[in-house]
Design a protein around this ligand. Structure first.
Ligand code: ADP
Ligand code: MG
Length: 307
């Protein structure tokens, strides 16, 4: 059983209340007397799993909120507020000052005030839990709204975070000199909040790429019951990827995690608007029986999974 089967079997139930429950970047709750709905999402960061013990605490504070804001961006939601759960093995004021400064700087930038949380002592290692809330308008940018004939777009370069992770993990196949260029992507991702709000005007389906393009776009395909054609040459990547093999480049772009760019599908009629937003076209949505292809070959939706 993998992570997604686990969630489906044990934690996915059908309720009549939420507008959108388990299975998308955020859940959505719609009050009966409001034009706006509440989008909410939560992400857990565990020391030794999601971040190295010696990571710069300012950057960790930034990233803890950034990965959550990215899920709001993927729903085209405007940030409203956030909650922070902290389990800490010790009270280290220098660490707390830097961590909170990184967190608050991003919360101010995107007008997402920290409105509560919980703090406790941990028997081992740091665990962080951030919950974000934001406002959305119907129709929502769900994973299930891709249509055959849509163009597939991504918001920026992919794969850098995965290369930085390989180098930090000591993989000798990657040139260590690339760490200086790739590290910011891993430790300081910028959530595409403004872009998500603009994409809400044009896109059919939207997801943030947190676990690798092939797997995350795969979620759109499964939810929308469609296939896809991707073009390897069109996948945006950093210039310094030229010093990697083609296989390393594609593995980082398709299966690496922690990119936090947005992947959208949108009708051809808004091609010019998508380009004007700086989006990069990487392929097209096809009928389900076409399958999932990169150039002429079948593509496995592989990416980061916890189990
Ligand atoms: P994302 O990468 O966008 O954060 P995930 O892949 O982590 O999304 O989760 C997929 C879906 O499963 C999301 O809708 C998430 O809210 C839901 N989910 C994950 N874990 C649980 C859980 N323990 N209970 C209920 N829903 C969960
Ligand atoms: Mg997401």
């Amino acid at each position: 059983m993998n992570e997604f089967e686990l969630i489906r079997r044990y934690f996915t139930r059908v309720y009549s209340e939420p507008t959108l429950g388990v299975g998308d970047d955020c859940a959505i709750l719609t009050p009966t007397d409001s034009a706006l709905s509440l989008a909410t999402s939560t992400d857990l960061l565990v020391e030794g799993r999601h971040f190295f013990s010696n990571v710069d605490p300012y950057r960790l504070g930034h990233k803890a909120l950034a990965v959550n804001l990215s899920d709001l961006a993927a729903m085209g939601a405007r940030p409203a507020g956030c909650l922070l759960g902290l389990a800490l093995p010790e009270l280290d004021e220098d660490w707390l000052a830097a961590f909170s400064a990184g967190f608050h700087a991003l919360s101010q930038k995107y007008h997402c005030p920290l409105i509560g949380g919980d703090t406790t002592k941990s028997p081992s290692g740091i665990t962080l839990s951030v919950t974000v809330m934001g406002w959305v308008r119907s129709p929502f940018l769900t994973r299930s709204a891709a249509k055959v004939g849509d163009e597939i777009w991504v918001s920026g370069e992919l794969g850098a975070a995965s290369v930085a992770l390989q180098i930090l993990q000591g993989n000798p196949d990657y040139p260590a000199a690339l760490l200086a260029l790739a590290r910011d992507a891993l430790e300081c991702p910028e959530p595409q909040v403004e872009l998500g709000l603009k994409l809400a005007n044009y896109a059919h389906a939207l997801i943030d790429i947190s676990d690798g393009l092939s797997q995350d776009l795969g979620h759109i395909l499964t939810a929308s019951q469609v296939g896809a054609q991707l073009y390897s040459e069109a996948l945006p990547r950093p210039e310094y990827f030229a010093s990697l093999t083609r296989d390393q480049q594609l593995r980082a772009i398709l299966n690496g995690g922690d990119d936090y760019q947005l992947c959208a599908t949108a009708p051809i009629s808004v091609h010019a608007q998508m380009r004007a937003l700086g989006m990069h076209k990487i392929g097209e949505i096809k009928p389900l029986d076409y399958g999932y292809r990169l150039d002429q070959q079948g593509l496995e939706p592989k990416g980061f999974q916890h189990f």
